[in-house]
Design a binder for this molecule. Sequence first.
Ligand code: NIG
Ligand code: FE
Length: 410
Amino acid sequence: MSKLITNIKQLTQIRDKDISFISAKKMDKLPSISDAYLLIENGVINDFGKMSEIPNFGNIETINAKDKIVLPAWCDSHSHSVHTGNRSDEYMQRIKGASYQQIAENGGGILKSSSQINAVSTDDLYTESKNRILSLIKQGTGSLEIKSGYGLNYESELKMLEVISRLKNSLPIEIKSTFLGAHAIPKNYKKDDYLKLVIDKMLPDFIDKKLVDFVDIFCEENYFSVDDTKLLCNKAYELGVASKIHTNQFNSIGGIKAGVECGALSVDHLEVINQDDIWALKQSKTMPVLLPGCSFFLGIDYANARNLLNNGIPFAIASDFNPGSCPTGNMNFIISLACNKLKITSEQAINAATLNGAYAMGVSKKTGSISKGKLANLLITEKIDSIDDLPYYFGENLIEKVLIRGEEIN
Ligand code: NIG
Ligand code: FE
């Protein structure tokens, strides 16, 4: 199956296929061709170049992208998009002054989502999650990492991971599965006993069942410590699974350094960082993943993206879609927020939401840039003046067409 896109005003984020992420220094550029074409063969980017040099491809299906920009689909490397129900009641409690931590201490928060997951059937969870993700795909998400972490017991963590596995098989986008059993301490458990269950039983069993691409832990005061993080991530590493860690959301307790030492693929949140954290990230291959939607919704600090860039540290941005701290997975909005609140340019935000996002979920060999041989996971914008229009019109979705493996999503 061949498909041609012609008259593209700007074909953007063109990279050599072997580049796995964009360094801090290069994040302010989006290599582009103006007045371009792009050829898709069997779901893969086969060729692209200037319209003035377009070969004769014969009579093939053609999309005319005159006045429109074409770029890679969003790579959302941090989400909890498998969940059921919502926590809008807690949202109102927070509006009235309660904090996220106070709500959690009173049995709400992650534990509330956990009781909802315990009560739902696998089939219902699958259907609800699939519909939620289909709407993300229509908004431009072409790769999505999804975490467990609301089960908090063997059966329900397994339920979540099985749902993610079914989603991988039924949806056309790239999906990666992260086991986040160590998300919170379930009621009636001592932390060490629960962590032992996660490390000694759940982790090896779920890896054996081929349900785990990555492992995650919430490294934070009142949740899991730096030592807990090292125990889990080192065990996962021994079993051949890399980690992606929730850390530095409210306090800097050493989770970043622990993550880097365990060879973590990413360290996520980073609303609160100090100089030791910066030192740990410099020279490491661990990608920081910033989640501005969470800061927006909880009203907490935004990550200091400019500080990372000034220190030569690249980053990805992701949605953190979840019912407690960011009930949207709309990456168009996340990109607007990133520009506005992290004080970064459209180019930096798009690099963070495409190739660097792909790296942070282990799919950058397949997607995240316009490269020959990568998947034709593409966004075609409406008629716009420049790439800056995307974040500028916040709350709008200026994506006219989404192509996943070359197929248009309706
Ligand atoms: O990334 N911080 C920990 N976990 C999620 C929120 C989970 C929840 O509140 O349901 C996060 O923000
Ligand atoms: Fe999260």
